[in-house]
Design a protein around this ligand. Structure first.
Ligand SMILES: [Zn+2]
Length: 87
């Protein structure tokens, strides 16, 4: 099970089946069309909540991003949140 993450996670997350379905749907590549890197043992998928609601663990809300794109998405979202809070 190492490929899908071996860390024990306390927070609610996508069930294993949803993760596997997502990877198959994305042909084991990053969901970002500008990236589309294939996942390997060294480039493990990060599972992301598309609607940003991290309690919504339905398979439709799951996308697999490479660590780099996941990081960029989080940075982008934090920026948007920060701009919203300023007003
Ligand atoms: Zn990527």
């Amino acid at each position: 099970m190492g490929f899908f993450g071996s860390k024990k996670e306390k927070r609610k997350d996508f069930p294993c089946g949803a993760r596997i379905d997502t990877l198959i749907n994305q042909e084991f590549c990053c969901a970002n069309p500008e990236c589309h890197k294939g996942f390997t043992k060294l480039l493990r998928p990060h599972f992301d909540h598309i609607d940003k609601v991290n309690t919504n663990n339905s398979p439709e809300n799951c996308q697999a991003l490479c660590p780099n794109c996941h990081n960029n998405k989080n940075l982008q979202e934090n920026k948007v949140a920060a701009e919203k809070n300023r007003n």
